[in-house]
Write a protein that binds this ligand. Structure first.
Ligand code: NAP
Length: 461
């Protein structure tokens, strides 16, 4: 088994104890990962604090140059990093999978490097000049989830490094390896201590949240853990960025011909086997169109190749871990017991690994766990509605509001409904789509278009 090391102060560091990393496609342990002690976390934080004055004092264009070198390193190591993600997390190499994820890391790094950090002139009068500067906060602690382990790590790291912060990371225990390797690679071009990574259990995350020498936590993960972090961060009044869970609704307007939308609808629901915060997790369909949409979507979904992501023919892999498989199984079983109709899938696959087939569930009610909880997997409830007002009211009835979408052959009508959804981001005839950056043409900046990965994946014959 290959050895993986933490990176503290630019050095590879092991620990006396390790934990297993399982390949979700086989259910087998394929690597051991160092389990950090709290003393090692303290060393990482001390290294980050020591590196901060020099890194933050560097001229901005020097940091930009280093970040562009990092983007090049990510590109050169795309295959190795993608294979690690597939083996520890399960998403396929193909489609919007692990190669796409690492490509996104590279693009995100370049785009963050290309952003302007000039001071903003707030007021300029004979009496006053007021300028607003973006200044580094100090040491940033980053705690990442297992669903998009590298892309989310990059979202945390790059803005912090760009502005002059130093970073200590803790990846999720299910998926630490690609992050350890990424940080090792990045350290080839960073001064020691600027970016550190410690792997371990929630004890490490807990200690980070209350650590007096960490100035800010950026966390992506579940709502309960976000609440715990918020509570513990109070000890030194840490700054927080929390990106938490959701249960996004998508409303197909009455009379919509669904055929042109089948592909974006599929990826909106099932990218990364549905394990995406802003995936479409509740699909509302008008009663007059209900059977037709159920039939067409079932026909589409059942043609998608599901299997071990190392096999390039597969577009959907296993669920990421055993508890996630159990959650999806329980929610579908509960819905079936309460009278729902399973259109396809509906039981764990036989054989090794944490596979649950793509599953569509009709005739669901709002009291079913599959509808009211974040299922985060390969099962989608299709909810029947009678009026658009009712659909909007039910879509907004949960206390989460990450994303939402409305679908119609008339985009203006869909936009009017999307505007009524209580969500941070809404889409028209798409869901979870990332926008190009820069948004306007004619710029010589690198273009970040993660959706090209979706377009390249044309799965359906
Ligand atoms: P999670 O259980 O909250 O874990 C996320 C991270 O927090 C892991 O590194 C975990 O470490 C760590 N952690 C666990 N307990 C902790 C504690 N008490 N203090 C500090 N850190 C602790 O979430 P997940 O299951 O990995 O991710 C799925 C969730 O993330 C879903 O709800 C999804 O919607 C959400 N998500 C949100 C976004 C967004 O941008 N809004 C993006 C992606 C995912 P261990 O792994 O060692 O336990």
């Amino acid at each position: 088994m290959a050895d993986y090391a933490m990176i503290i102060n630019g050095e590879k560091v092991l620990s006396d104890s390790t934990f297993d990393v399982v390949n979700p496609a086989t259910g087998e342990v394929f690597a051991k990962c160092p389990k950090a002690t709290i003393a090692q976390l303290d060393e990482a934080v001390a290294a980050a604090r020591k590196a901060f004055p020099e890194w933050s004092a560097l001229a901005d264009d020097q940091r930009v140059a280093i970040m562009n070198r990092i983007a090049g390193i990510i590109e050169q190591n795309q295959t190795e990093l993608a294979e690690l993600i597939t083996r520890e997390q399960g998403k396929p190499l193909s489609g919007p999978g692990s190669i796409f994820e690492v490509g996104g890391c590279m693009a995100w790094t370049q785009v963050t490097a290309s952003m302007k950090l000039e001071p903003e002139l707030v007021d300029d009068t004979p009496e006053d000049t007021i300028e607003l500067y973006k200044k580094p906060i100090g040491v940033v602690g980053s705690i990442t989830p297992w669903n998009w382990p590298l892309l989310i790590a990059i979202w945390h790291i790059m803005p912090a490094l760009r502005v002059g912060c130093t970073v200590v990371m803790k990846p999720a225990s299910y998926t630490p390896l690609a992050t350890l390797r990424l940080v090792e690679l990045i350290n080839e071009v960073l001064p020691p201590g600027v970016l550190n990574v410690v792997s371990g259990s929630s004890d490490i995350g807990n200690a980070m949240s209350a650590h007096k020498d960490i100035d800010k936590i950026v966390f992506t993960g579940s709502i309960p853990v976000g609440q715990t972090i918020m509570g513990r961060a109070v000890s030194n009044l840490k700054s927080l960025t929390l990106e938490l869970g959701g249960n996004d609704a998508g409303i197909i307007l009455p009379g919509t011909d669904i055929t042109p939308f089948l592909e974006p609808l599929f990826w909106g629901c099932f990218i990364n086997a549905g394990q995406t915060c802003a995936a479409l997790k509740r699909l509302f369909v008008h009663e007059d169109d209900y059977e037709d949409v159920c039939q067409k979507f079932t026909d589409y979904v059942t043609k998608i190749p599901v299997g071990d992501g190392m096999d390039e023919k597969n577009l959907i892999g296993p669920l990421g871990n055993a508890p996630q498989l159990e959650t999806v199984k329980q929610y579908v079983d509960d819905a079936r017991k309460k009278g729902a109709r399973v259109l396809c899938g509906g039981a764990p696959s036989s054989g090794p690994g944490y596979f649950y087939p793509l599953t569509l569930v009709a005739d669901v009610t709002d009291d079913m766990d599959l509808v009211k909880e974040e299922q985060f997997g390969t099962a989608l409830p299709i909810i029947k509605y009678s009026t658009v007002d009712e659909a909007v009211q039910r879509a907004n009835s949960l206390d989460v509001g990450l994303g939402g979408s409305a679908w119609s052959n008339d985009p203006e009508k869909a936009k009017a409904v999307a505007m009524r959804l209580e969500a941070g981001t809404v889409w028209v005839n798409a869901h979870g789509k990332l926008h190009r950056w820069p948004p306007s043409a004619g710029s010589n900046l690198p273009v970040l278009d993660l959706n090209s990965g979706l377009r390249a994946s044309k799965p359906i014959p």
